[in-house]
Write a protein that binds this ligand. Sequence first.
Ligand code: MEV
Length: 314
Amino acid sequence: MSKASAPGKAILFGEHFVVYGVKAILCAINKRVTVTAEKIPQNKILIKSNIGELDAPLKKPISEINSPLKPFYYLANKMIEKHNQKTGIKIFVESEIPLGVGLGSSSACCVAGAASISRLFEETSKEQILELAIEAERTIFENTSGADCTVCTFGGLMEYDKKRGFSQIESDSNFNLVIANSNIEHSTDVVVSNVGQFKEKNEEKFLNLCQKESELVKQVSIMLKNNDLRGLGKCMHDNQKFLEIIGISNEKLREMIKMAEDTSFGAKITGAGGGGCIIALTDESNLEKTILKLREGNYDCFSVKIDFKGLDTF
Ligand code: MEV
């Protein structure tokens, strides 16, 4: 038996633009997915999770697996074939991360899944696990920038760009993020392709926004090193304006952000948008006030801190 857990994530700056090569800033959060994998004598792959079950024979083409649990099937099948073993695999998934709302539940599943399944057969490094996790994520979201799986694997606060990969940000910033859920589910794949269409129709405008986002991220890196929460909050406000322009916001998200901005240092959408969550930046001085404010508005909310551990294997 092999067990692994991986944290969810919040994108602080640069979602969507990161798909087109701009640097993003993101952190792992202290909410986790745990995956347990076990070899079984039957020639099948059996997956149990709180979003449903999958019971499928080995070697089915991945295009014939119609389930959100597809990445697990892909990983299990791949490992059995690679090691040419006569075995099936049973997988059990437990998650503390709300699903489909931009907090990295699917990338944490891919990372913890890649670790627990591959380690049934061989010792794997974090780098190898990340590579497998991104491959698995591509079965449900082809255009991924790889940012989410990277931060779920290595944890902490980081800069990420598609070409150069990640670098950890050394910062004393020990902020709290208040996360409020709009309870509007989104499909990252769909929202990312809508942004792609916006880009096709508005090439110049989009290029200009990418440049502005890059400049913003440069400022943010300095502010994080200086623990300048006020400055960071202002940058979140500016980043949100760019996200409004590319069309991933809506009335409800705008209302939540406005409410959170009253008490926090700043707020914005996190992740793909179109629904999902907003994050508000706080410290001990305004954390409770911000949670109360959002709860008064009847929004589901909770606070998280940075997870520095990343992938953990047992
Ligand atoms: C989704 O969490 C983040 C996006 O930037 C997509 C990606 O980076 O793959 C919207």
